[in-house]
Design a protein around this ligand. Structure first.
Ligand SMILES: Nc1ncnc2c1ncn2[C@@H]1O[C@H](COP(=O)(O)OP(=O)(O)OP(=O)(O)O)[C@@H](O)[C@H]1O
Ligand SMILES: [Mg+2]
Length: 381
């Protein structure tokens, strides 16, 4: 595995060592939108099962349809299923796709009697909240991770994270949502005020911009009128919501967890990765390293762009040869692109010196089957 070569201080990340380490029970792939979190999570899990004989489960979130099919995820049933077509010896690979609404329903059912659960399920506010995307998906991903870990049936759980705009949402949203669901703040705000019978919510919402922004962020603008019924139904059961989130948080801080920050060598993704790594440090969560995905590979890295361009000029002076000239030109372009990618990646290391880096080459086509995932896995070794 090659790390960016322009800085001799770059430490290579040995991904295989992470996957093979029996003390590591959870690997979390995070990063900005579209950088390859789902793909690398699936590739890591396949590699752990096939090469390291680990009983592995991968929790995917919104995988592309063809990748989901390759993993045997044709229905959204919220439970891990054996992946067919793997070459496993002692290991095993299971996969699942997060069903956010169903996970939320499971939490409700686990904490209340069936009658009360029905009431909650029928509430339009609950329906909106359990199927809306902002915040709930991140929370339910954590909830599902907590459930899988508690079952203790796998050596390794590989977790993909939701396609949030910001990687930080994965860590922020659960706390925000559980504070919200905890209900103390809501009850206070909804309680009829002594004067005039108007709710405190009405009185303060105008000045309490932060609260209404949070509500709007989680729910959109709709359904505030169903809120009080929802809070009444939740009353006792969601007291423990925050506690559950905090429990999973503690698992994420434990030595058994390894975060891999995924990025592509582009400024926005690298900036996001650097923020995220900073946040992990602040939360005392273990960062294993940076997975730099979609790095351009160069067939003859020893031939500098300037040398190729000089040879090109000389070739043209001698009368040229079209195909040779094209090869030299493409080579020079690729070397320059690769150099720019290394420079961008260095910005991450400037912010977080010493964090190990692994690179994953750009594949010739989209990754949508087990062979494609294996090809990615080769760069982990
Ligand atoms: N190394 C690679 N080479 C070629 N294609 C890749 C590579 N990594 C990922 N892709 C492709 O890039 C696309 C986005 O990848 P993926 O869905 O894994 O990203 P993501 O971070 O999970 O996105 P989102 O934030 O939307 O969840 C997919 O079509 C995938 O096949
Ligand atoms: Mg994804």
């Amino acid at each position: 595995m090659q790390a960016p070569r322009s800085d001799p201080s770059t430490r290579p990340l040995d991904v295989d060592a992470v996957l093979a380490d029996p003390a590591i029970r959870i690997v979390v792939c995070c990063g900005a939108g579209g950088v390859g979190k789902t793909t690398t999570a699936a590739a890591l899990a396949l590699r752990a099962a096939e090469e390291h004989g680990r009983r592995t489960v991968v929790l995917t979130i919104d995988p592309a349809r063809r990748l989901a099919q390759a993993l045997g995820l044709t229905e959204l049933d919220n439970t891990p299923r054996q992946v067919k077509g793997t070459h496993v010896d002692s290991g095993e690979l299971q996969a699942m796709m997060l069903d956010m609404k169903r996970t939320f329903d499971e939490v409700v059912l686990a904490h209340t009697d069936p009658k009360k659960a029905e009431e909650i399920f029928a509430n339009p506010f609950y329906q909106a909240m359990s199927s809306t995307f902002s915040g709930t998906q991140e929370y339910m991903a954590m909830e599902k991770l907590g459930q899988l870990r508690a079952r203790d049936e796998w050596d390794l759980i590989v977790v993909d994270t939701p396609p949030s705009r910001s990687a930080l949402d994965f860590l922020d949203a659960p706390a925000r949502l559980s504070r919200f669901l905890d209900g103390r703040m809501l009850r206070l705000l909804l309680a009829p005020a002594r004067a005039g019978g108007r709710s405190v919510f009405n009185l303060v919402s105008a000045s309490f911009g932060l609260f209404s922004r949070t509500v709007t962020k989680i729910l959109g603008t709709q359904l505030l009128s169903d809120l009080s019924g929802f809070v009444a139904a939740l009353d006792s059961m969601f007291g423990g919501f925050r506690e559950r989130a905090e429990q999973t948080y503690r698992v994420l801080q434990a030595r058994e967890t390894a975060f891999l920050v995924v990025a592509v060598p582009e400024p926005d993704a690298i900036r996001e990765a650097a923020y995220f790594a900073g946040r992990l440090a602040a939360e005392r969560m273990p960062l294993a390293g940076l997975l730099l995905n979609r790095v351009t590979t160069v067939a003859a890295p020893g031939l500098a762009a300037a040398e190729a361009r000089a040879a090109l000029a000389e070739l043209e002076r001698l009368g040229g040869h079209e195909m040779t000239a094209d090869v030299l030109r493409v080579h020079a372009d690729l070397i320059e692109l690769r150099t720019r990618q290394e420079q961008v990646a260095q910005r991450f290391l400037q912010a977080h010196p010493g964090v190990p880096v692994a690179t994953v080459p750009t594949q010739p086509a989209d990754v949508h089957d087990l062979d494609g995932l294996r090809a990615i896995g080769i760069s982990f070794g």
